[in-house]
Ligand binder design. Sequence first.
Ligand SMILES: [Fe+2]
Length: 166
Amino acid sequence: MNSDSDLQIAGDILEVQHLLRPAREHPSTVSEFVGLARSIAADRARWSDLVRYDSASRWYHRLHRGPGYEVWLLSWVPGQGSGLHDHGLSSGVLTVLEGELTERTERGARSLSAGAQRFFAPGYVHEVVNDSLEPAVSLHLYYPGLTEMPMHAAQSAPRAVDAVPA
Ligand SMILES: [Fe+2]
């Protein structure tokens, strides 16, 4: 017993539904965006039939749109990559759904297998490639929605190109 308080709770607190905060319909924090990506990743029926593999270019499909954010589904055949880029003013969550991707930054390379997640802030520069021998699928959440994806070349200024999720 807490002798500093006169308040006592009798019965099951979980039965007091009106005191529990309802789940937010849309994410608004980093952890909520990461959680949304994780819940979509776990719901295979929501995305598995939509995946396409295109050897000509990386395939992408907008899976979901909410207020101020977008979620894209991407596929990568072996050898496909994004090139070195940033995401303009967007933050993002990269989640690997199937296969394995490699993320390269100025700090080195990181192997990302299914279930791996990376959150990045505006200005983050990376390159994502499928260095494996199997296709890969990934989920990309951007907040705000991606409007530009400047490409970077080593030792040069960013070059503006159309926004393609990566
Ligand atoms: Fe990216």
